[in-house]
Design a protein around this ligand. Structure first.
Ligand SMILES: [Zn+2]
Length: 161
Protein backbone atom coordinates (compact mmCIF):
# COMPACT_ATOMS: atom_id res chain seq x y z
CA UNK A 1 0.00 0.00 0.00
CA UNK A 2 1.30 3.46 -0.86
CA UNK A 3 1.84 6.16 1.72
CA UNK A 4 -1.10 8.08 0.24
CA UNK A 5 -3.40 5.11 0.79
CA UNK A 6 -2.04 4.59 4.31
CA UNK A 7 -2.62 8.28 5.10
CA UNK A 8 -6.22 7.96 3.87
CA UNK A 9 -6.80 4.81 5.94
CA UNK A 10 -5.19 6.29 9.06
CA UNK A 11 -7.17 9.53 8.70
CA UNK A 12 -10.39 7.54 8.50
CA UNK A 13 -9.58 5.58 11.67
CA UNK A 14 -8.50 8.74 13.50
CA UNK A 15 -11.65 10.61 12.43
CA UNK A 16 -13.84 7.78 13.72
CA UNK A 17 -12.07 7.97 17.08
CA UNK A 18 -12.36 11.79 17.19
CA UNK A 19 -16.11 11.52 16.49
CA UNK A 20 -16.61 8.81 19.08
CA UNK A 21 -14.61 10.58 21.80
CA UNK A 22 -16.13 14.02 21.14
CA UNK A 23 -19.57 12.41 21.62
CA UNK A 24 -18.64 11.12 25.10
CA UNK A 25 -19.45 13.13 28.23
CA UNK A 26 -16.74 15.22 29.88
CA UNK A 27 -14.17 12.96 31.54
CA UNK A 28 -15.28 9.89 29.57
CA UNK A 29 -17.87 7.21 30.14
CA UNK A 30 -18.27 3.47 30.40
CA UNK A 31 -18.38 3.34 26.61
CA UNK A 32 -15.07 5.19 26.49
CA UNK A 33 -13.52 2.81 29.03
CA UNK A 34 -14.76 -0.09 26.90
CA UNK A 35 -13.17 1.47 23.80
CA UNK A 36 -9.84 1.89 25.62
CA UNK A 37 -9.95 -1.74 26.74
CA UNK A 38 -10.83 -2.87 23.23
CA UNK A 39 -7.84 -0.95 21.83
CA UNK A 40 -5.53 -2.22 24.57
CA UNK A 41 -4.88 1.42 25.52
CA UNK A 42 -4.07 2.60 29.03
CA UNK A 43 -6.49 4.59 31.15
CA UNK A 44 -5.75 6.96 34.01
CA UNK A 45 -6.68 5.86 37.53
CA UNK A 46 -9.84 7.62 38.78
CA UNK A 47 -7.95 10.03 41.06
CA UNK A 48 -5.64 11.06 38.19
CA UNK A 49 -8.71 11.65 36.02
CA UNK A 50 -10.10 13.98 38.66
CA UNK A 51 -6.82 15.84 38.92
CA UNK A 52 -6.59 16.26 35.13
CA UNK A 53 -10.18 17.53 35.01
CA UNK A 54 -9.39 20.11 37.67
CA UNK A 55 -5.93 21.21 36.52
CA UNK A 56 -5.63 20.40 32.82
CA UNK A 57 -6.98 22.28 29.83
CA UNK A 58 -10.69 23.07 30.20
CA UNK A 59 -12.99 20.52 28.53
CA UNK A 60 -16.65 20.90 27.62
CA UNK A 61 -17.02 17.25 26.63
CA UNK A 62 -15.08 14.11 25.90
CA UNK A 63 -12.46 12.04 27.67
CA UNK A 64 -9.18 13.51 28.90
CA UNK A 65 -6.72 14.53 26.18
CA UNK A 66 -4.02 12.18 27.49
CA UNK A 67 -6.35 9.17 27.31
CA UNK A 68 -7.49 10.29 23.87
CA UNK A 69 -3.84 10.36 22.75
CA UNK A 70 -3.25 6.85 24.11
CA UNK A 71 -6.30 5.59 22.22
CA UNK A 72 -5.16 7.41 19.07
CA UNK A 73 -1.69 5.87 19.35
CA UNK A 74 -3.24 2.42 19.77
CA UNK A 75 -5.38 2.98 16.65
CA UNK A 76 -2.36 4.16 14.66
CA UNK A 77 0.20 1.62 15.93
CA UNK A 78 -0.47 -1.15 13.37
CA UNK A 79 -0.25 1.28 10.43
CA UNK A 80 2.74 3.43 11.41
CA UNK A 81 5.51 0.90 10.57
CA UNK A 82 4.07 0.47 7.06
CA UNK A 83 4.81 4.01 5.92
CA UNK A 84 7.83 4.61 3.66
CA UNK A 85 8.03 8.17 4.96
CA UNK A 86 8.01 7.69 8.74
CA UNK A 87 6.99 11.30 9.40
CA UNK A 88 3.62 11.00 7.65
CA UNK A 89 1.80 8.77 10.14
CA UNK A 90 2.66 10.82 13.25
CA UNK A 91 1.59 13.98 11.41
CA UNK A 92 -1.90 12.50 10.91
CA UNK A 93 -2.02 11.55 14.60
CA UNK A 94 -1.09 15.10 15.69
CA UNK A 95 -3.68 16.57 13.35
CA UNK A 96 -6.36 14.29 14.88
CA UNK A 97 -5.23 15.32 18.37
CA UNK A 98 -5.67 19.00 17.50
CA UNK A 99 -9.03 18.44 15.84
CA UNK A 100 -10.24 16.53 18.93
CA UNK A 101 -9.15 19.36 21.24
CA UNK A 102 -10.86 21.91 18.99
CA UNK A 103 -14.10 19.89 19.24
CA UNK A 104 -14.12 19.48 23.04
CA UNK A 105 -12.79 22.76 24.35
CA UNK A 106 -15.42 25.05 25.86
CA UNK A 107 -16.85 27.65 23.51
CA UNK A 108 -15.51 31.02 24.55
CA UNK A 109 -18.12 33.29 26.05
CA UNK A 110 -17.44 36.63 27.68
CA UNK A 111 -17.85 35.10 31.12
CA UNK A 112 -15.59 32.12 30.39
CA UNK A 113 -12.88 34.40 28.98
CA UNK A 114 -13.10 36.37 32.21
CA UNK A 115 -13.10 33.18 34.30
CA UNK A 116 -10.08 31.84 32.41
CA UNK A 117 -8.24 35.11 32.83
CA UNK A 118 -8.92 35.00 36.56
CA UNK A 119 -7.87 31.36 36.82
CA UNK A 120 -4.72 32.05 34.85
CA UNK A 121 -3.83 35.02 37.01
CA UNK A 122 -4.30 32.90 40.10
CA UNK A 123 -2.08 30.13 38.68
CA UNK A 124 0.72 32.58 37.98
CA UNK A 125 0.46 34.03 41.45
CA UNK A 126 0.66 30.54 42.94
CA UNK A 127 3.60 29.35 40.89
CA UNK A 128 5.48 32.62 40.72
CA UNK A 129 5.82 32.12 36.97
CA UNK A 130 5.71 35.86 36.35
CA UNK A 131 4.15 37.31 33.23
CA UNK A 132 5.58 34.78 30.75
CA UNK A 133 3.07 32.13 29.68
CA UNK A 134 4.27 28.56 29.92
CA UNK A 135 1.60 26.45 28.37
CA UNK A 136 1.11 23.51 26.09
CA UNK A 137 0.94 24.52 22.44
CA UNK A 138 -1.54 21.73 21.69
CA UNK A 139 -4.03 21.72 24.57
CA UNK A 140 -3.23 24.98 26.35
CA UNK A 141 -2.81 23.38 29.78
CA UNK A 142 -0.24 24.87 32.12
CA UNK A 143 2.91 22.85 32.62
CA UNK A 144 2.35 20.22 35.30
CA UNK A 145 4.05 21.28 38.51
CA UNK A 146 7.40 19.55 38.88
CA UNK A 147 7.30 18.23 35.32
CA UNK A 148 10.54 19.44 33.73
CA UNK A 149 10.20 17.23 30.66
CA UNK A 150 9.17 18.87 27.42
CA UNK A 151 6.12 16.65 27.17
CA UNK A 152 2.73 17.93 28.27
CA UNK A 153 1.46 15.97 31.27
CA UNK A 154 -2.14 16.54 30.16
CA UNK A 155 -2.15 15.68 26.46
CA UNK A 156 1.24 14.06 25.82
CA UNK A 157 2.34 16.61 23.23
CA UNK A 158 6.02 17.24 22.92
CA UNK A 159 6.35 20.98 22.81
CA UNK A 160 5.69 23.83 25.17
CA UNK A 161 5.60 27.48 24.25
ZN1 LIG B 1 -1.03 19.56 26.33
Amino acid sequence: MSDAQLVAQLKQLCTQLVDFAAGCPRGGSEAWDARLAELGARRLPDEERQRHLLQGAPLAAGPLPLEFRWALEAVAAPLLPRFDDTGKGPAVVEEAMRSYLARVKPRPTTSSIFANAMATTKTYANTGAGSKTLGCETCGAPRMHGNEALVCGYCGSERFV
